[in-house]
Design a binder for this molecule. Sequence first.
Ligand SMILES: N[C@@H](CCC(=O)N[C@@H](CS)C(=O)NCC(=O)O)C(=O)O
Length: 79
Amino acid sequence: MENKLSLYYSKYCFFCQKVLMFLRGRDIDLELRSTSDREHAQALMAGGGKTQVPCLRIENEKGQVEWMYESDDIIRYLS
Ligand SMILES: N[C@@H](CCC(=O)N[C@@H](CS)C(=O)NCC(=O)O)C(=O)O
């Protein structure tokens, strides 16, 4: 089973736009979670420990979760 991916983002954030541009046209199974949605913002803070976006939540088949914060690291991971 593949890792389950969720991208926390804000539409006002340049670094998020960079990651979203990278995703465009690529067939990557990933859920987009806008932090304009209070529920997503709270989950990001609770899980990752800070509100910074973009953040990629990576959940492996064992249910272990990693929170990846840097846009360049996220793009590298998804490449
Ligand atoms: N070096 C980071 C910069 C990310 C960043 O500065 N994000 C801003 C929005 S553009 C942010 O989330 N600021 C609010 C916060 O840190 O809580 C990256 O490349 O992802």
